[in-house]
Design a protein around this ligand. Structure first.
Ligand SMILES: Cc1cc2nc3c(=O)[nH]c(=O)nc-3n(C[C@H](O)[C@H](O)[C@H](O)COP(=O)(O)OP(=O)(O)OC[C@H]3O[C@@H](n4cnc5c(N)ncnc54)[C@H](O)[C@@H]3O)c2cc1C
Length: 423
């Protein structure tokens, strides 16, 4: 039985948990030995993921002094956004985005947290936790108890930390399928880009298919592919699979690499929802306990931003001995990922299966020479080339209004049934 009382106990050793520990130790190195991180699995562990790392996340890691040297990864320089036969290729404008294997990436972060002074215990699933008058008690599956002032819930989309503290999840839960197959390194359509095909809504759900250049366990070139957006219910698996196989037909050079039998890994995701509690007395939730960007499914940005926000909140709480975490909501709403979420959500509201929606019209519209469109702005925020608050500027919204006005009449004709063509 443990008797030491820690300042912070973190449940979950994925990127959200590790980055919270690293952010805390970056700001307050004297917390070394005062942070206990409990992870259920042995590391490196597998994580179903596209492995796409945005430039914003890379910049966040750099600001924490985390080196990515030697991490197996494929650098990418642009998105390739498809809608049926229409394509746009916005470039990132920097060299900060890449695709990696999550097992390697997460292991790197967890080791970094341990090296900086967090006490990391893998193979230690937490069975439950409760609040006491002067702290938190955590019980692991072997029956050991651990005590701390604060608990960080970093246990991912399937984690139970919200349940232990009566803070139910909000936000739509969806099913994703992910697969991996050998990649011809000469295949130009994905040699240095993250390809996303948004034709998927016409199969009945608001998702997209992705094809990213990645690396296999031995470092061999592979395609990391998958599809998102189906409701989390029985029957979704086969619908998603059919939609994936239909969508890949738009990409014959990728279809040619598909093996005869594809093995898909299903995994849930929950979209970020701003009106949920991100914290309770002495308890703070990070990463996928908050959710992912509903548009692209990017979760690592939420991990990095919420880890930073939680670390600042925790340091303030320890100094003031006020564990209400009242400021956390504001820190999240002013975090870097929030404008991206805001625009993505706007897109999703349009993305109801009735195509075209106005964002897509803007994506694919011929733009005047030298001008940017919505996706160019979104890309600059994703890559970190520009601060994501660029998505709040009057210039950006002026463009949204102008383009909406241009496409709205056609869209209205479409939904009122006076036009038979889809686009
Ligand atoms: C198919 C798919 C593709 C995706 N693609 C991308 C992408 O390309 N880019 C991107 O940015 N994001 C992507 N995401 C989202 C991203 O994977 C997640 O947002 C991210 O993994 C969240 O990190 P986390 O640390 O919050 O949770 P996780 O990575 O799930 O880590 C949680 C950890 O907590 C541990 N744990 C759980 N319960 C307990 C317990 N009781 N006790 C102790 N430990 C526990 C787990 O073992 C796990 O290691 C994708 C998600 C899916 C499903």
């Amino acid at each position: 039985m443990d008797t030491k009382k820690y300042k912070v106990v973190i449940v979950g050793g994925g990127p959200a948990g590790s980055l919270t520990a690293i952010s805390l130790l970056h700001l307050r190195p004297e917390l070394a030995g005062e942070i206990l991180l409990l992870e259920a699995k042995a590391f490196p562990r597998d994580k179903v993921c596209g492995g796409g790392v945005s430039g914003r996340v890379t910049a966040a890691l750099e600001s924490l002094g985390i080196s990515l040297e030697g991490l197996p990864r494929v650098p990418v320089s642009r998105f390739s956004v498809y809608f049926e036969k229409e394509i746009c290729n916005p470039v990132f404008g920097n060299d900060k985005c890449f695709v990696t294997r999550r097992s390697d990436f997460d292991d790197r972060l967890l080791n970094e947290a341990a090296a900086r002074g967090a006490e990391v215990r893998t193979h230690t699933p937490v069975a439950g936790a409760y609040r006491e008058s002067r702290g938190i008690t955590v019980v692991d599956r072997s029956g050991n108890t651990h005590h701390a002032d604060i608990l960080v819930g970093a246990d991912g989309v399937n984690g139970k930390s919200r349940v232990w503290f009566g803070a139910p999840h909000r936000g739509r839960k969806t099913l994703l399928l992910q697969t991996e197959f050998p990649r011809d390194p000469e295949c130009e359509s994905i040699d240095d880009c993250m390809l996303m095909d948004f034709s998927v809504p016409k199969y009945g759900f608001p998702g997209y298919a992705w094809f990213f250049p990645s690396l296999g366990e031995e470092g061999e070139p592979v395609v990391n592919a998958g599809i998102s957006g189906a409701p989390f219910s029985s029957g979704s698996y086969s619908l998603l699979k059919e939609a994936f196989l239909a969508t890949v037909k738009y990409h014959p050079e990728i279809e040619a690499m598909l093996p005869p039998r594809i093995h898909f890994k299903p995994y849930p995701e929950r979209e970020f929802f701003p009106f949920q509690s991100g914290a309770k007395e002495r308890v703070i939730f990070v990463g996928e306990q908050l959710g992912v960007d509903c548009f692209t499914g990017e979760g690592l940005g939420v991990c990095a931003d919420s880890a930073k926000a939680a670390a600042l909140e925790i340091i303030e709480a320890l100094a003031k001995e006020d564990f209400s975490f009242r400021g956390y909501g504001r820190r999240i709403r002013t975090a870097e990922f929030f404008p991206i979420y805001f625009v993505g959500k706007n897109y999703m509201l349009q993305n109801n299966g009735i195509q075209p929606n106005f964002y897509f019209a803007m994506v694919t519209r011929q733009k005047p020479l030298g001008k940017r469109n919505v996706v160019d702005y979104y890309t600059a925020a994703f890559s970190g080339k520009e601060p994501s608050t660029v998505l709040y500027t009057p210039k950006f919204w002026g463009m949204v209004v102008r383009d909406s006005a241009a496409v709205l009449p056609g869209w209205l004709r479409e939904i009122s049934g006076t036009s038979s063509s889809r686009r």
